[in-house]
Design a binder for this molecule. Structure first.
Ligand code: PRP
Length: 187
């Protein structure tokens, strides 16, 4: 029996596992310094940020708490309404906490900007963000990402947490899909 391999659907790799790990290690070293005297709460936005959270938190030397939130944003991609709703809220009270949001990607910027405002409204002592990827050409709102990762072009990318139709999240690099994978799909 032939085993289906996600690599077969990959057109080209944009960021290798090594490049991703290198960037995450750089950011972790910076965060170790910046939060040396603080009790940081890492907040990952499900599901895409899971891979980044695991890789990032294991590079940190400071003691870090971890929590999750599941959000959904509405819009058809081209015209996002900017409306974000909470599917699953975090489990701790952020009042007085130093929160560092961990995201896989900033696309329009609406999710992150909405979440940062929410956490400030809830009384967090500080709210910063680490986003592994940013697509500057797609940004609709400016969002202050203290710890930026890589800037990428406006291409359909998957891997390292990012999905197409819930697939490819387990790929260890970030890659562009072969057009045949999504051609004809106008959802
Ligand atoms: C992605 C990503 C961010 C958001 C960024 O999540 O993980 O949370 O979109 O987009 P924005 O900047 O335009 O708001 P998605 O809704 O695809 O869910 P997932 O993480 O479960 O794949």
């Amino acid at each position: 029996m032939q085993i289906a391999d996600v690599q077969d659907d990959i057109d080209r790799v944009l960021l290798t596992k090594e490049q991703i790990e290198k960037k995450i290690a750089e950011v972790a070293a910076q965060v170790d310094r910046d939060y040396a005297d603080k009790n940081v709460l890492l907040l990952a936005v499900l599901k895409g940020a899971v891979n980044t959270l695991v890789a990032f938190s294991s590079q940190l030397h400071i003691n870090a708490e971890i929590d999750f939130m599941s959000l959904s944003s509405y819009g058809d991609g081209a015209v996002s309404s900017g409306k974000v709703t909470i599917r699953q809220d975090m489990s701790v009270d952020v009042r007085g906490r130093h929160v560092l949001i961990v995201e896989d990607i900033v696309d329009s910027g609406l999710t992150l900007s909405w979440l940062m405002a929410l956490l400030r409204e809830r009384g967090a002592a500080s709210v910063e963000a680490f986003a592994l990827l940013n697509k500057p050409s797609r940004n609709k709102v400016h969002v202050e990402v203290k710890y930026p990762g890589y800037e990428i072009p406006d291409e359909f990318v998957v891997g390292f947490g990012l999905d197409y139709d819930e697939r490819y999240r387990n790929l260890d690099s970030i890659a562009a899909l072969k057009p045949k994978v999504y051609e004809g799909d106008h959802s």
